[in-house]
Design a protein. Structure first.
Length: 148
């Protein structure tokens, strides 16, 4: 199936934050969280929120899932498709728009603390750790945008 047909088949949209930080000691690092069900490494994402801009929804997910607060970009840096398992057991194809989030701090407590693991990765390690190849490419592309 071609990419345009696959995108057309996407029934739902989600917004995600790609949290990152830059330090002299470690360079650029990307924060990943585990999914609650399968414990796979993912980025914080969720459904659109009423009366919220897409980038604000993405930033809110990052705060709820990983406790991170920072400056979110208003333009998506990419998108990818995945199949979301619903509580009913059915799957739905989602298109995830990814917004960069430069992390200023991580709170001591947040909504989903204890439900997910969080870890900082180099962009190369993060790209390998996530299950979706297109998301891996978005993570590698983020590094190039920061350096240039």
């Amino acid at each position: 199936m071609s990419n345009s047909k696959t995108k057309a088949a996407a029934a739902r949209i989600q917004y995600a934050a790609l949290p990152y930080r830059v330090s002299a000691a470690f360079g650029t690092e990307v924060l990943l969280v585990t999914s609650r069900e399968t414990k796979r490494w993912i980025i914080p994402k969720g459904w659109p929120k009423k009366h919220k801009e897409p980038w604000d929804s993405a930033a809110r997910e990052a705060t709820e899932e990983a406790g991170v607060v920072g400056k979110v970009g208003r333009e998506p840096i990419g998108s990818y498709l995945y199949e979301k398992r619903l509580r009913s057991g059915n799957g739905v194809v989602c298109e995830v728009q990814v917004f960069p989030l430069k992390v200023k701090r991580q709170q001591k407590n947040w909504r989903e603390k204890g439900q997910r693991a969080c870890a900082w990765f180099s962009p190369a390690e993060a790209a390998k750790a996530v299950g979706e190849p297109v998301l891996g490419a978005i993570i590698r592309r983020l590094l190039k945008r920061i350096i240039t």
